[in-house]
Design a binder for this molecule. Structure first.
Ligand SMILES: [Fe+2]
Ligand SMILES: [Fe+2]
Length: 349
């Protein structure tokens, strides 16, 4: 587990990071690394690790957040079911950057047939020297529901980063469709954020999870119909036939967030070719750029979707969200100068 004089494990198994002065806090979201670390995936793993390394060095973030499908114990692609070894290799790799990193689970990290359970992988993930992870309240659905608070020097919460396990497969097996954030998690998040807001009415919050919410699709469709309530920021829907890997089960997370008015942004992964970022009903919905070289057939030869996503939170609560395409980083080296981030739109809370 990460250790630092400005980092605290709270009594409720959440975390606090104490901010000094008015420096912005930047988060690099990385998603869907799909690292196999098996006999079939050596080439793809090398490319993925190189991409992650390039993105981290370019972004130099305060915190890295991985939104699921980081490892891929899927025999046909990686040639291994050993997700324990994959988790160990992943944390060993991330530790080399000496930047704290937090995780949520996707649907593939403990894929059906994988060697270890979520609880076992969680224990391994927590052993990383720069790792931030809590299993969260045992009564909630999933493993890894926790909050990282950014607090000022007087311990007043300024911002809450909510980490959620959005599950795997709806009815528990591969072909049953995808799961979603459950109502118990929604209620837990809402209660926690309202409590933090009572300590600071200017509190902002962001949520990180793997599966897109149904509202990502609704917002996209509304935007195409010309609904002026949707604001386009950057990215696209690159999945064939405008596909969104959303659950068919009911989910009350977005409606509750809209009612509470505390969450300003949500970040997901899962659909590797979708990179869209919109504001819908006052909440910024962003698909993180993905890294995958292994999961999708033929994705190694594609590149426009590949990269990271940077969230920069200012001390006044305003924030920027910008895509960090891997191609822009590479072209920086080619041109020999720093390129400006595209799509860098300032928002106020
Ligand atoms: Fe994935
Ligand atoms: Fe996924």
């Amino acid at each position: 587990m990460y250790q630092d004089s400005n980092f605290y494990l709270d009594a409720d198994s959440n975390f606090s990071i104490k901010l000094k002065g008015h420096q912005p806090f930047s988060i690099l979201q990385l998603t869907d690394l799909h690292l196999g670390f098996g006999p079939f995936s050596k080439k793809a793993d090398g490319l993925a690790l190189q991409a992650v390394s390039t993105l981290i060095k370019r972004a130099a973030p305060s915190l890295i957040i991985l939104t699921g499908d980081s490892i891929f114990p899927f025999w046909p692609r990686s040639g291994t079911l050993d997700n324990k070894l994959q988790a160990k290799k992943l944390t060993d790799f991330l530790d080399t950057f000496e930047i704290p990193y937090a995780f949520v689970f996707g649907n593939h990290d403990v894929e059906m047939g994988a060697k270890a359970s979520k609880q076992e992988i969680a224990q391994l993930l927590m052993q990383g020297n720069y790792s931030i992870f809590s299993c969260g309240p045992a009564q909630l659905n999933g493993v890894g529901n926790y909050i990282i608070k950014l607090v000022n020097e007087e311990n007043v919460p300024l911002c809450a980063l909510v980490m959620l396990d959005s599950g795997m497969y709806g009815d528990g097996w591969f072909f049953s469709g995808f799961d979603c954030i459950h109502s118990c998690q929604t209620a837990w998040c809402s209660t926690a954020l309202r409590s933090l807001k009572s300590q600071n009415p200017a509190l902002t919050a962001f949520a990180f999870f793997h599966m897109p919410l149904a509202q990502y699709k609704t917002a996209y469709e509304q935007m195409k119909l010309g609904n002026k309530d949707v604001t386009y920021h950057f990215g696209s829907i690159g999945e064939p036939n405008d596909y969104f890997g959303i659950s068919k089960n009911d989910c009350d997370f977005f409606q509750t967030a809209e009612k509470d008015g505390i969450l300003k942004g949500m970040f997901c992964g899962h659909d590797h070719y979708n990179t869209l970022s919109l504001t819908y009903h006052g909440i910024r919905l962003t698909y993180g750029m993905s890294v995958d070289y292994l999961g999708y057939s033929g994705i190694g030869k594609r590149y426009t979707q590949r990269g990271g996503t940077v969230l920069t939170i200012q001390s006044d609560g305003s924030f920027y969200i910008a895509p960090l395409p891997l191609t822009s980083v590479v072209s920086t080296f080619v041109r020999g100068k720093k390129s400006s981030d595209s799509g860098n739109v300032k928002e106020t809370s």
